[in-house]
Design a protein around this ligand. Structure first.
Ligand code: NAP
Ligand code: F7E
Length: 333
């Protein structure tokens, strides 16, 4: 039963890592939560219903504008969070055109669906922008980390598509006075992270090695550095951006950067192994045509204006992920 008094939210990308964290957060804040789910038989549908029974799923796809119009008519949202994307950077090199359609033009489709259905111009829109837009090269890297004024140099079809989404969101804000903002989020991970991303791939392998189910892990380059935070902290920042009086873009980051080697070292220490090197093999299949060398974010504007600060630190993040994967893997036969 949908209540007339509750705030209403539409989340695209509901089956993804952030979609689940955000649905839980907003349900806790008494929102009526609607989630866009793609495909006629999405394999994540049952798990999503089981974990988030309070979410009303609406079938649709961000590449299908008509389905977004319908989603707007069904959900009648006060807030829309556009989290849908082909979000794996390595994969985006393999399907660059699809990535442009979903991760780039999908943003325009969502904005247009809001513009034509929201006649009073009341809906608040959040676009999931990314630190991948900065590119992590030495020449454009500020000493204290990338901020809202830093220049962009995307290094993948994903980064390029996200940059289009960033600018079209800004353009709709300026052209149509929409409350449309971008959160420029640095890497955020956790128990719900997809197994295709390096942090979860490592913590899952570490758990399996501990349980005697796996002997080693195959990875690509180990030297890149990332500003890694916890996803649960970051969805709180997304929500805070839409509660402001004025629509503005914000960077969310921890202000620290660590290499994959450091992540490996802490993860293996969690299972009592001090030297991770014998358990890791390098495989060029996991390397990218162009790499983002080092990402470090400066979250001071979000800290100052949103009162947002990450809670989970780097060792805490690694610990919670290893613990969760040990729990998951020990229950599997
Ligand atoms: P994720 O786990 O990969 O989730 C992506 C979501 O997009 C999934 O629910 C997926 O649905 C959905 N999707 C893919 N193609 C779609 C389509 N054509 N139509 C509708 N939905 C579609 O990503 P995440 O980590 O939660 O990230 C959420 C958003 O933040 C993404 O836009 C990502 O690019 C961005 N971002 C993430 C990070 C990070 O570190 N996590 C940092 C900065 C920005 P299926 O399950 O059906 O595939
Ligand atoms: O790679 C290296 C890889 O795929 C991190 C997405 O959420 O954050 C994420 O993008 C680093 C890269 O995340 C493997 O080359 C080595 O240097 O976990 P990742 P990402 O590319 O940083 C940004 C902010 C987003 O917006 C994205 O949506 O790890 N790496 N070996 C590997 N990466 C993977 N996936 N697998 C490996 O075997």
């Amino acid at each position: 039963m949908v209540s007339a008094n509750k705030k209403r939210v539409l989340i695209t990308g509901i089956t993804g890592q952030d979609g689940g964290h955000l649905a839980k957060l907003l349900h806790g804040k008494n929102y009526e939560v609607f989630g866009l789910i793609r495909g006629q038989n999405n394999p994540k549908r049952e798990a999503t219903i089981k974990e988030y029974p309070y979410v009303t799923l609406i079938e649709g796809d961000v590449t299908d504008y008509s389905s977004l119009i319908r989603a707007m008519q069904v959900a009648k949202p006060d807030e829309v969070y556009n989290l849908a994307a082909i979000s794996h950077v390595g994969h985006s090199f393999k399907v660059p055109q699809l990535t442009s359609d979903v991760t780039g033009k999908g943003v325009l489709n969502m904005l247009e669906a809001i513009r034509v259905t929201d006649l009073e111009n009341k809906v608040r829109f959040y676009q999931a922008s990314t630190s991948e837009m900065f590119g992590g090269l030495e020449y454009n890297r500020p000493k204290n980390g990338y901020n809202e004024e830093s220049s962009f140099h995307p290094r993948s079809p994903y980064g390029v598509a996200k940059l289009y989404g960033f600018w079209i969101t800004k353009n709709y804000r300026e052209s149509y006075k929409m409350f449309a903002v971008s959160g420029i989020l640095f890497n955020h991970e956790g128990e719900r992270r997809g197994l295709e991303f390096v942090t979860r791939k490592i913590t899952n392998a570490v758990a399996r090695i501990k349980l005697g189910k796996q002997d080693f892990i195959e990875l690509g380059d180990l030297w890149p550095k990332r500003d890694w935070g916890y996803a649960g902290d970051y969805v709180e920042g997304m929500w805070r951006m839409l509660q402001r009086d004025e629509p503005k873009d914000y960077v969310l980051a921890t202000g620290e950067t660590h290499s994959i080697e450091e992540f490996l070292s802490l993860a293996f220490k969690e299972i009592g192994i001090d030297d991770w090197k014998p358990y890791v093999k390098q495989n060029p299949a996991f390397m990218r045509p162009a790499e983002v060398d080092l990402l470090l974010g400066d979250p001071s504007k979000a800290e100052r204006e949103l009162g947002w600060k990450r809670k989970v630190d780097f060792p805490g993040l690694v610990r919670l992920m290893v613990k969760s994967d040990l729990n998951i893997e020990s229950k599997k036969i």
